[in-house]
Design a protein around this ligand. Structure first.
Ligand code: PNS
Length: 171
């Protein structure tokens, strides 16, 4: 195994938006691997709140002072992205037993498609185990407060996005 492939761990996902459970997983991955590439899936459904470019920009900004964290979007198969990066490690967060079946299927499929690929599951802090991007969006859309659940700049962008949606500018 070459050194470059062992050094870079890829953390793929939709990140629409990134929340503190994701940040916790990135921090944990950095305890094990020297570099983490956050890979944002581009074609993650039409009803995404933020475009892939917006998500890349937001996450890059959040980790601007951490050169060990890189951010790129990708389309198509995750294993293709891994091969392009000469990486073999996939990081995934495992919050609860309910995540297990989907994660297990993905890990085995990815290994079948790319036998060199290895998925490393990390568990977030207990306080983030119930957190999901879908719930965060729902709470903000209904006027709830997500302070302490997402990074402050993400909260600001979420609130701005939903304010725009409920109060469209009048001409
Ligand atoms: O955060 P998510 O939405 O649970 O992430 C899912 C993701 C992006 C990791 C997964 O959908 C993915 O890897 N998609 C890329 C397409 C692919 O490779 N599919 C086969 C993998 S089993």
């Amino acid at each position: 195994m070459g050194t470059s492939s062992a050094a870079l761990a890829v953390y793929p996902g939709s990140f629409d938006p990134l929340h503190l459970g994701h940040v916790d997983i990135i921090d944990r991955a950095l305890q094990i691997f020297p570099r983490v590439m956050v890979g944002i899936l581009e074609n993650a459904g039409k009803d995404a709140l933020f475009s892939p470019a917006e998500r890349v920009a937001m996450i890059r900004e959040l980790f601007a002072d951490q050169p060990a964290v890189e951010v790129q979007s990708f389309s198509g198969l995750l294993v293709k992205f891994l091969k392009e990066l000469d990486a073999t490690i996939i990081i995934r967060g495992m919050r609860a037993v309910s995540d297990f079946e989907y994660e297990f299927q993905m890990a085995l499929m990815n290994r079948r498609l790319y036998p060199g690929a290895e998925t490393v599951f990390l568990t977030p802090k207990e306080e983030f185990t119930y957190l999901s991007s879908r719930l965060v969006k729902e709470v903000v859309a209904l006027g709830g407060d997500v302070t302490g659940l997402v990074p402050a700049p993400v909260r600001a962008r979420l609130e701005a996005r939903y304010r725009k949606a409920t109060h469209p500018p009048t001409s």
